[in-house]
Design a binder for this molecule. Structure first.
Ligand code: TYM
Length: 328
């Protein structure tokens, strides 16, 4: 049974980028092996977030994951901070990573830029992420394109630790979809659609009602030449719409481009495709929102299962690095 792991930050409302780039793959592969999907609340602390917002968004994110179709009978859904093995392993890996490699991470440079003071946790963020993965012996990690570099670091740390202290960790592989791995903001199509730097019209939330989805797609930035072609460099807006349509309906953005002679028809078809894709998600989210007890119970059971899987891996790593055994 392959072990599969992935995570999502509760830093804002889940959007179509999260859904097409990650959640959909999670749902599709949840029965393939021992799959764990984690709401990474500790990662959300690396940028400013009000305590009440963190609490609310953690639950909303859990509802979003279950609403997207994760089935707690097939996989494990849990909250990162409920399983302290993640943070304990992080320290061992922080003593494996170097300051230089963390400082060079693209996301650290982007998120830290322009901030008056940068939290140390933003620098060590990818090490916690590596611990999330390695503590479960995960072989497969389904993520969007923006996590590629973080996955590379997780592989580097696992390999370095194994080389230094003997075979301890499984070296994980990223699984990145061929279409939909990098959904761009509808208003600023050279920037990725994001929870934290959302432009209100540029981000389609997974729970936006149909008319809101249609409005945002209609207002999406394109360009003036009017030609439907897939060319992310020179036509980022139109290419993003084609990419989303391809991800939602199948096929390739290049082939879809040939079917359209106007932006209007492309936008109409994309809006319809997204509404259809998200219809079952909306229904399940509404059911779960009225049943907070069930969501809490799922997370509780998930944390217990995750803890059980993480404990032996952490002991293996503690022992390999030379920490003395502990009885509790
Ligand atoms: P996060 O919360 O930013 O995003 C969750 C997942 O959604 C994908 N994604 C996108 N895919 C396509 N287009 C977009 N515009 C888009 N925006 C986000 C992300 O690639 C991700 O797969 N560091 C991670 C969370 C994390 C994690 C982990 C992931 C923590 N520990 C261990 C995998 C394994 C993050 O911030 O994802």
């Amino acid at each position: 049974m392959p072990r599969i792991f992935s995570g999502v930050q509760p830093s804002g409302t889940l959007h179509v980028g999260n859904y097409l780039g990650a959640l959909r793959q999670w749902v599709a592969t949840q029965g393939d092996g021992d799959a764990l999907y984690c709401i990474v609340d500790l990662h959300a602390l690396t940028l400013e977030i009000a305590p009440d917002d963190l609490r609310t968004r953690t639950i909303e994110t859990a509802v979003g994951l279950l609403g997207a179709g994760l089935d707690p009978d097939l996989c494990t859904v849990f909250v990162q901070s409920h399983v302290p093995e993640h943070t304990e392993l992080t320290w061992l890996l922080e003593c494996t990573a170097t300051y230089g490699e963390l400082r060079r991470m693209t996301q650290f440079k982007e998120k830290g830029a322009g901030q008056e003071s940068v939290r140390a946790g933003l620098l060590t963020y990818p090490v916690l992420m590596a611990a999330d993965i390695l503590v479960y012996d995960a072989e497969r990690v389904p993520v969007g394109d923006d996590q590629r570099q973080h996955l590379e670091l997780a592989r580097t740390l696992a390999t370095r630790f194994n080389g230094r202290y003997g075979e301890t960790f499984v070296v994980p592989e990223a699984e990145i979809p061929t279409v939909g791995a990098r959904v761009m903001d509808l208003q600023q199509p050279t920037r990725k659609m994001s929870k934290s730097t959302a432009t209100p019209l540029g981000t389609i939330s997974m729970t936006d009602p149909p008319e809101e989805i249609a409005r945002k797609v209609r207002k999406a930035v394109t360009d003036v030449d009017g030609a439907v072609a897939y060319d992310p460099e020179s036509k980022p807006g139109v290419s993003n719409l084609l990419e989303m349509l391809a991800a939602a309906t199948g096929g390739t953005p290049e082939a879809l481009a040939g079917r359209y002679s106007s932006y209007g028809q492309l936008k109409q078809d994309l809006a319809e495709a997204l509404v259809e894709l998200l219809r079952p998600v909306h229904r399940r989210v509404a059911e779960l929102e009225s049943d907070p007890g069930t969501v809490a119970a799922i997370l509780d059971k998930g944390a217990a299962k995750a803890h059980e899987l993480a404990t032996p891996v952490l002991s293996r790593a503690r022992s390999a690095i030379g920490l003395t055994p502990r009885s509790r």
